[in-house]
Design a protein around this ligand. Sequence first.
Ligand SMILES: [Fe+2]
Ligand SMILES: [Fe+2]
Length: 350
Amino acid sequence: MSNSPQKVEFDLDRYLRNSKKVDLSGIDWDRIRDHPLTDGDVMCLHYMMDIEAHTVIYLRDLLATRAAADPQITAFLSCWVYEELWHGEAFSDFLRLYGIEEPIEPRLPDGSTPLPSRSNRWRDLRVSVGVGNGLGLVPTMIGSALARDFVAIHMMWGAVNELTTLTGYYALIRRSDHPVLHQLLRKVIQDERRHFAFYRAQSKARLQRSRTARRMVRWVLKNLWTPVGAGVKSEEEVDALALYLFGDSPEGREHARGIDETIADVPGLEGLTIIQDYLDAATERVRKRPGWAGITPTPAPRRSDNGDGGSRVPAHWRESEHGRPDVMPATSDVERREEERMADAMRTRA
Ligand SMILES: [Fe+2]
Ligand SMILES: [Fe+2]
C-alpha cells in the first residue's frame, strides 16, 4: 500500500483554469449601512479580514517546507493566495462601507481607497507576528528524513484551517441578521469550499499511503493544533471568536461537532475532536477568569464620516460579473446541514 501511487480526489486542472477573484456582483453594497451589526459580528469581521489578509505570510511558511517541491501544490497555492487576498479586501470593503475604518487609511484624490486597502493595519500586524501558528514548532521537532510525510501535516493543517473558516462563515450567517453580510459570506464560502476540497484530497492521499504520515499528522493535530488566526490574534481574541461562533448555543456546538466529524473521516484521524476540545478549553478559561473573551456590549461601532458618504460602491468588484463554471456543492455533512438550515431561513424570511 505504501508504494501505491497517490490518488488525489480534486480536479486541479479545473481549479487552476477557473481561479479568479471572488465574484461579488449582485451584492447590495449600498444597503450595508441600512442594517445593524452587533459588536460580536464586527469582532468576527475584523478577525476574518485580518486572517484572510494574512494568508500570504502563511504561504511564506509553507513554501519554506518540502511542499515547495511539489508542482501540484505550488500551482494550487499560486491561485489560492490570490483568492484569499480578495476575501480580505471584501471584508475590508464591507467594514468600511459600514463605517468602520480605524485607523483611517490613505485615500486617492477621488476618495477611493488604493489597493491593497488597510496597508497600515497589515504592516503593524506583520511586524508583530513571527511564525504564524503552532505549526512553526514542527520543523525543529521532526527530522528531515521524514520530510516527505511532513507535507501531509501541512496539507491536513490547511484542510482544518479551510474547514473551520468555512464553517465559521456559516456560523456568522447564523448569528448575524445582516442580509448583505449573508450575501457576501455566501460568495466567499464558495471559494473556501474549493480550498478545503484541495487540502483534504491532498492530505487524504498522503495519509492513505503512509502509516508514518498518519501517526505524525494525528500527533501534531492532537498536540500542536491551534485555531486559524492563533499567533496573529491573542488567545483571548481566538477564544472570543470561537465562543461567539461555536460556543453560543446547541447550534454552535453542532457546527463544531460537524467539523470534528469531517476531520475524523480522514484516514488516521478517527476519533479526534480537536475543535470541541478547544471549545471546552476556551469555556474553561472563561469559567476561571470571568470577563475573559467577553462579548459584552461596548459602544456601538463608530460610523466614521470619512468622505465616502457610505454609499460609494467598490467598483473593482464589478469586474467580476461572471460566475465560475467550477461551482462546487457542499463538501461535508456540516456544510450540507447548514445549507439546508439557510435555505429554510431564507424561505421563512421571504
Ligand atoms: Fe478565504
Ligand atoms: Fe480559503
